[in-house]
Ligand binder design. Structure first.
Ligand code: PAF
Length: 284
């Protein structure tokens, strides 16, 4: 396993891998790796000849400076884990390698980025779309792996991949959960033990709505109400939003038909904001 810090070096490895017709699998991360990331890496290892993981805490996707500052960073621990998973390259650039002085080009995926996480975190998806464009351009992966937990991020990245003509196939892996059901996230580390235990209410609420859907409820506002009531009953939780939206366009849905539909929600525990979702009418 090689740790690459320079963008030029990453470019030349990517060029060499293409010449050798190797299938390149790419897992972009911000480090602080947990089982969710490792599941993506395992899947990439199974599907591809070469696995590249990037570790870069991307400043442009943080709209809150203190959130950026307290984001956990431990390259040594992350690298040790990735070596166990037989990763071939870690791309861990310094900030100036990605955003050199004078940097002024950003990628905006319109429409998809205004609602949900976009309205709570203005500029977040501009940062995500920009870094993913830079990383895809540098690594030139055949397949890139993302977690279903960040459903809006997935929709944005699918859109940008199509719109900008990247030849990368986006592979989405189901959310990996703690024993309680809480979706794995680096943010879980910021919760107190009690908050962490109670935060399972988020997936419980979503599952309750999914059960109602399976029993025949097709009215989106009724399903949203189930989630609201369940999370609202937990004193440590403060609901930010719950929405029923089309998986790809993220347009709100009132009456659920046959399309893949997401129930997405965000809730605060203290000042930590957690997100989760369930997919209805999964096709495959
Ligand atoms: O999901 C994340 O960790 C980040 O948003 C990503 C995709 C690595 C871009 O910085």
């Amino acid at each position: 396993m090689e740790i690459i810090n320079r963008r030029q070096r990453m470019f030349s490895i990517a060029r060499k891998l293409r010449r050798e017709a190797k299938t390149v699998g790419f897992v972009p991360t911000m480090g602080a790796l947990h089982d969710g990331h490792l599941t993506l890496v395992r899947e990439a290892r199974q599907m591809c000849d070469v696995v590249i993981v990037s570790i870069f805490v991307n400043p442009t996707q943080f709209n809150d400076q203190s959130d950026l500052e307290r984001y956990p960073r431990d390259l040594t621990a992350d690298a040790a884990l990735l070596a166990e998973y037989e990763v071939d390259y870690i791309f861990a650039p310094e900030q100036h390698e990605i955003y050199p002085e004078g940097f002024s080009t950003f990628v905006n995926v319109e429409g998809l980025t205004d609602s949900l996480e976009g309205s709570s975190r203005p500029g977040h998806f501009r940062g995500v779309a920009t870094i993913i464009t830079i990383l895809f351009n540098t690594v030139r992966p055949d397949l890139a792996f993302f977690g279903q937990k960040d459903a809006q991020q997935v929709a944005v990245i699918r859109r940008l991949t199509t719109d900008l003509g990247f030849e990368t196939e986006i592979i989405v892996i189901p959310t990996v959960r703690e024993d309680s059901g809480l979706a794995m996230s680096s943010r879980n580390e910021l919760l107190s033990p009690e908050q962490r235990q109670k935060a399972a209410v988020i997936i419980e609420a979503l599952r309750e709505a999914k059960i109602a859907f399976k029993k025949g409820e097709r009215n989106a506002s009724s399903l949203a109400q189930i989630v609201k009531a369940h999370i609202g009953a937990e004193p440590l939780a403060r609901l930010d939003y719950v929405a029923i939206v089309d998986r790809d366009s993220l347009e709100p849905i009132e009456k659920i038909g046959d399309e893949e539909t997401l129930i997405v929600t965000a809730a605060y525990f203290g000042d930590v904001r957690l997100i989760d979702n369930v997919l209805l009418n999964r096709k495959q």
